[in-house]
Design a protein around this ligand. Structure first.
Ligand code: IVH
Length: 668
């Protein structure tokens, strides 16, 4: 029997849907509040238990976070495309795999938030999960309940075909304009600001206290009907229509296209218009509409073959240059850096941007206090693409490049041949700090625990005057450094000791000789075997090595002519490469024949976050694997980073297993 309370709940649900989901309120906020108050009063006066899907029950008890729950089927990610060519390749592959059947594409906005799964049982919202690792998600039901556009109940009674169990998936996000309010509040409370709406959404959904989540104006767009017991639907668009009828909030900017050219038009429309949207989007999702086609195309372990995220490329932001500072690099090069009014760009807070060199500043006429357009494409570091000269007020200050090193005050050297300005003082502490950091870095001597803060103290306190003096460090004085202590100090001494066994090519690279990168260092050692032999080589001997030009040769000869004392100190410190044959210390000697990689052939594509492709290849080779440049039936694995394109497609076609960067690191 329907009671007054039931009717009131149904009425409030109706208005929630009108307001939060359809954006078409029928009553004012004040009228809505009156209804809610009335319901609260009736519920507290009644002895009947309050059902969890009552509109008053959005903020329940404390959220139980951390329970990992397996998804019904994996929540896959999307493969990315960045240009028309990659979109066409996607289309070609789809058509080929579907043997030229007519294909219809659906395009949607790619919402920049947090992917979630919502489960309804008999129309009642019973469980919500994060995407997690795709296989298992985290239970965030209580926090999701606080989102007003997540219906706690779907009006089953009006639907004859309503599924007993329903699972939908969507993106929780924070509207753009809300971030500023939240950050202002966080500042008052002494919390660090959220860098972008996505972090704000993710942070809010994982709070232990659902009432704080409730205070964050989160919103949701549902984009997948993942499971609906007993309900048939033939296309993605039909499933969206069904979900909208059930009162789920789906994005309205969804279109259907018969050709990939139309998809490109949709994309271009949103490239221009996306900034007008009240939420962040980072691309367009293109999906094959027919479910029969989707099933035929299937998925790899990570991505469906029937969809692609066609990402918006460079994102731009406007900000102001507060100041221009000059940093001194490892080889003494002075690099001007613009200190910016912090700005969010492509998901990160940007506080500075390199200006490369004096010439760049001059050509672009960049001045302190200028308003500028900043751009960031993919993983690339942000760059200043334009100065908004029309915004100049006259307060801008022309930057004068220093004549002296800002760290050691030595007059700088400007060479005719290159644009770089250098500090030529080899004892400049700024250079020394960077040299030590380079020497200790992962691809050189790999000394863990020697970070910039420790290096700065070692140099400033004159405990280390060159890289060889690292080997004189002892636990006691080290432990007295800030944030050190005996355990860290003895660990560091141990790490430094360990580095003595590094292969000679790593030591050569670690010396930081101008123009001698990892590959050149390897090449030189392949030809000269030892540092001693190389240090006595004449320029013409070095130049005769295939792949080495006169500039490198000159740089190497110069370095060794000036740094024999350093070499002697390293020898005395006990670096093994001075006494042991190169092959015996080489990483190749550590090849483990039983490693995952040994005897297998790999192709590396796309950009990896943690290392370059060359580094990845080396790691594979060091473990006995082979790396080739093109995907063929002989390839055992493709390692695909961000933006992987045609090689990825080829691997999918040939059914070659694909490792993500995370998979690859795990295998390493
Ligand atoms: S479809 C297997 N549609 O983007 C299909 N995802 O980078 C996967 N996303 O994990 C989802 N907007 O969290 C789809 N309209 C949209 C989307 C969308 C945002 C997110 C989603 C996914 C991620 C992949």
């Amino acid at each position: 029997m329907r009671t007054e309370i039931d009717d009131l709940r149904a009425l409030i649900r109706h208005h929630e849907r009108k307001y939060y989901i359809e954006n078409r309120p029928e009553i004012s906020d004040a009228e809505f509040d009156v209804l809610m108050k009335e319901l609260e009063a009736l519920e507290s006066a009644s002895d009947a238990p309050i059902p969890p899907d009552s509109p008053t029950q959005r903020v329940g008890g404390g959220a139980v976070l951390g329970t990992r729950i397996q998804h019904r089927n994996p929540m896959l990610s999307l493969n990315n495309g960045y240009n028309p060519q990659e979109l066409r390749e996607f289309d070609e592959r789809v058509r080929r795999l579907l043997e030229d059947a007519p294909v219809e594409y659906v395009t949607e906005l790619k919402i920049d938030g947090l992917g979630v799964s919502l489960i309804y049982e008999n129309g009642v919202f019973t469980r919500g999960l994060t995407r997690g690792d795709g296989e298992y998600g985290e239970d965030i039901t209580d926090n999701l309940r606080t989102i007003r556009s997540v219906p706690l109940r779907i009006p089953v009674e009006t639907e004859t075909t309503f599924p007993r169990v329903l699972e939908v998936r969507g993106e929780v996000f924070l509207p753009k304009d809300r971030l500023n309010n939240i950050n202002a509040q966080r500042e008052v409370e002494g919390e660090p600001p959220f860098a972008n709406p996505r972090n704000a959404a993710a942070g809010s959904l994982r709070l232990q206290d659902a009432s704080i989540t409730a205070s964050r104006p989160l919103d949701i767009f549902i984009y997948t009907l993942n499971y609906a017991e007993g309900v048939e639907f033939a296309t993605h668009t039909a499933s969206i229509e069904l979900m909208k009828r059930w009162g789920l909030k789906c994005n309205l900017h969804t279109d259907c296209h018969q050709s990939i050219a139309d998809v490109q038009n949709y994309y271009e429309h949103w490239v221009a218009k996306r900034h007008d949207l009240p939420y962040e989007t980072d691309g367009v999702v293109v999906k094959v509409n027919e479910f029969s086609h989707q099933n035929e195309l299937g998925a790899t372990s990570k991505y469906p073959r029937w969809a692609i995220a066609y990402k918006f490329n460079a994102q731009q932001a406007i900000t102001t240059i507060k100041d221009i500072e000059v940093q001194v690099g490892r080889t003494g090069v002075l690099t001007p850096v613009a200190i910016l009014e912090p700005v969010t760009l492509a998901g990160a807070t940007i506080t500075n941007a390199t200006l490369h060199n004096a010439q760049e500043i001059e050509t672009k006429d960049i001045r302190i206090r200028d308003r500028i357009v900043l751009e960031r494409a993919g993983d690339v570091i942000p760059k200043i693409v334009e100065v908004l000269t029309a915004d100049r007020t006259g307060d801008e200050v022309v930057f004068v490049f220093p004549d002296r090193c800002p760290v050691c005050d030595t007059p700088v050297h400007r060479s005719e041949a290159e644009v770089a300005v250098r500090c030529v003082n080899v004892a400049c502490v700024a250079q020394l700090k960077r040299q030590i950091a380079h020497y200790a870095s992962r691809n050189a001597l790999q000394i863990e625990g020697l970070g910039p803060a420790t290096i700065a103290q070692l140099v400033d306190k004159e405990l280390v005057r060159d890289v060889a003096e690292l080997y004189t460090l002892e636990v006691e004085p080290l432990s007295k450094l800030d944030r050190m202590g005996v355990p860290s100090a003895s660990n560091l001494v141990h790490q430094i000791e360990q580095s003595k066994t590094a292969p000679v090519e790593k030591v050569l690279f670690g010396l930081g000789i101008f123009h001698v990168g990892e590959t050149v260092a390897e090449l030189l050692i392949e030809n000269f075997s030892s540092l001693d032999a190389l240090s006595h080589a004449k320029p013409e001997d070095i130049e005769s090595v295939n792949g080495i030009g006169p500039q490198i040769a000159e740089s190497v000869v110069n370095f060794f002519s000036q740094n024999q004392p350093l070499l002697d100190k390293l020898r005395e410190a006990g670096l093994r490469c001075f006494t042991v044959k190169a092959e015996d210390l080489s990483t190749k000697a550590n090849l483990t024949t039983d490693s995952f990689f040994s005897g297998k052939t790999f192709v590396v594509t796309g950009s990896l976050e943690g290392m370059t492709r060359t580094e990845a290849s080396k790691e594979i080779k060091a473990r006995g694997g082979k790396v080739t440049s093109s995907v063929t039936s002989k390839t055992d694995y493709l390692i695909a980073g961000e933006g992987a394109g045609s090689k990825y497609t080829k691997a999918v076609e040939l059914n070659i297993p694909i490792l993500t960067e995370a998979d690859f690191f795990q295998k390493l």
